[in-house]
Write a protein that binds this ligand. Structure first.
Ligand SMILES: Cc1ncc(COP(=O)(O)O)c(C=O)c1O
Length: 447
């Protein structure tokens, strides 16, 4: 090529959650059945879609308009419906009336995308290269990769602290913001992927305070906002944002669940509070316009599904179900030397940590697990050369047990550990998965 044609951020596009799949498939030579614990797809893991939700979708499929394009920003009635929900949330504010309340949302403050994956690509892709967004570590890879790729540098992160139930280290946030004026935005995920942490209102208010003090905008990924375990208190960003410019990212992928719909949206708060922010939001719409619009059918179904009297019960039942599974996972890891699992309080995942002192004791490149035969052991030994130490564990785990999890190093983290899901439907198999993961992690540490 006469010109260098590779984007400077090309090397930052990593999605460990799926990259591990091609390695797992290579193990078919040894007839190892794989248990997929890497991807957060409730439907792939066998969750049945509620009959009444299928009825709504079936009826909509019979409507010719569901085969049409929609407005670039999305179906207007659906956007008005979602703006109304956001406004209701702000009224039922857990911290009482705010001195500078958020501008009420209208339909135009909701912008649809083909899943949040698409939204994230636009949010970072159309941010000025020099404007950085500070995000959590561990980080959900789609967000961290997109931010890193847009800037051409490693993703900038603040610490989620495992010693404090994975709460954000707000001193770290403020310190980094104060001394790096390239930071234009703050990102958090609530409930969080991969940790399952759910942030109390006080933490969310602190993010808002920091953003306001330093003139930043906020991105809140609220994919799991409706999967908060019973008794856990939190708030939506719209309830605490005040007059700070912000985006909340929401989706039907995990809560309906309908990840194959590829349907998610951005809620824009305080669009008119700052001319730069307003121009930036307009660029997101303009970018979407080049693609015409997001898929119409799921958008048409959203108001009917979400306003159905069965929807709140559906959400509550699932939150209770995932809470029970989180407890099973915590029980399986409890009392195991060198391992820690902070029980998640929301979302669909649990993250297990190796004690860093024991893990990084000089043997991190030589540990193994017992596998079927010599040829498999040789293959894994070859394939794990030079890998991140927790990724080595994940490869050995796959070969020894067939369980496919994601190393924490794939989530922009220096803490050694791995993420698995709370999605297995078969009760016996799920308990076997959690027990096997805990036993294998302990055996690996001691090998
Ligand atoms: C935190 C978070 N944000 C965004 C997404 C992407 O969701 P979507 O299916 O809407 O693209 C996911 C998917 O796992 C996620 O965990």
């Amino acid at each position: 090529m006469r010109r260098d044609m590779v984007h400077p951020g090309a090397g930052e596009l990593r999605y460990e959650i799926r990259e591990i799949v091609s390695f797992a498939r290579e193990l078919s030579r040894w007839n190892i059945p794989i248990v997929w614990e890497n991807i957060g797809d409730p439907v792939k893991k066998g969750e049945a879609i509620e009959g009444w939700i299928k009825d709504i979708v079936r009826n909509r499929v019979m409507d010719d308009l569901s085969y049409a394009y929609s407005d670039t920003e999305g179906v207007r009635e659906t956007r008005a419906f979602l703006a109304g929900l956001a406004n209701q949330r702000s009224i039922s504010n857990p911290i009482g009336a705010m001195a500078n309340p958020c501008e009420p949302l209208g339909a135009d403050d909701i912008i649809f995308f083909n899943g949040l994956g698409d939204a994230v690509a636009k949010v970072f892709g159309f941010l000025k290269r020099e404007a950085r967004v500070l995000g959590p570590s561990p980080a959900y890879s789609t967000l961290s990769s997109a931010e890193a790729a847009h800037s051409g540098y490693k993703h900038l992160t603040y610490r989620l602290d495992p010693e404090r139930d994975w709460m954000p280290d707000l001193e770290d946030v403020e310190y980094k913001v104060k001394y790096n004026d390239a930071i234009a935005g703050l990102l958090f995920i609530n409930p969080d992927n991969p940790t399952g942490a759910v942030y109390p209102v006080e933490i969310l208010k602190e993010f808002v305070r920091i953003a306001k003090t330093y003139g930043l905008f906020i991105i809140a990924d609220e994919t799991y906002a409706n999967i908060v375990f019973p008794g856990t208190k939190t708030a939506a960003l719209s309830q605490v944002v005040g007059d700070v410019p912000a985006l909340a990212l929401r989706s039907i992928s995990k809560e309906v669940p309908w990840p194959g719909a590829r349907s998610g949206w951005i809620e824009v708060y305080n669009r008119h509070s700052d001319p730069q922010f307003e121009r930036y939001v307009q660029s997101l719409v303009d970018a979407k316009r080049l693609e015409v619009c997001a898929t119409t059918l799921p958008q048409l179904c959203i108001p009917e599904i979400m306003s159905d009297s069965r929807y709140p019960d559906h959400l509550e039942r699932r939150a209770r179900m995932f809470e029970g599974r989180a407890q099973e996972a915590a029980d399986a890891f409890a009392g195991r030397g060198g391992l820690k699992l902070i029980p998640p309080r929301g979302a669909l995942y649990a993250t297990a940590l190796f004690d860093p002192e024991r893990f990084f004791d000089g043997r991190e490149q030589s540990r193994t697990l017992p596998v079927k035969d010599r040829s498999l052991a040789d293959f894994i030994t070859r394939r794990t050369e030079g890998l991140a130490p927790d990724k080595r564990f994940v490869y050995w785990l796959l070969a020894a047990t067939g369980i496919c999890v994601v190393p924490l190093s794939g989530f922009v983290s220096e803490l050694p550990g791995f993420r698995f899901t709370l999605l297995e439907q078969d009760d016996e198999k799920r308990r076997w998965i959690y027990r096997t993961l805990a036993e294998a992690a302990e055996a690996y540490l001691e090998s």
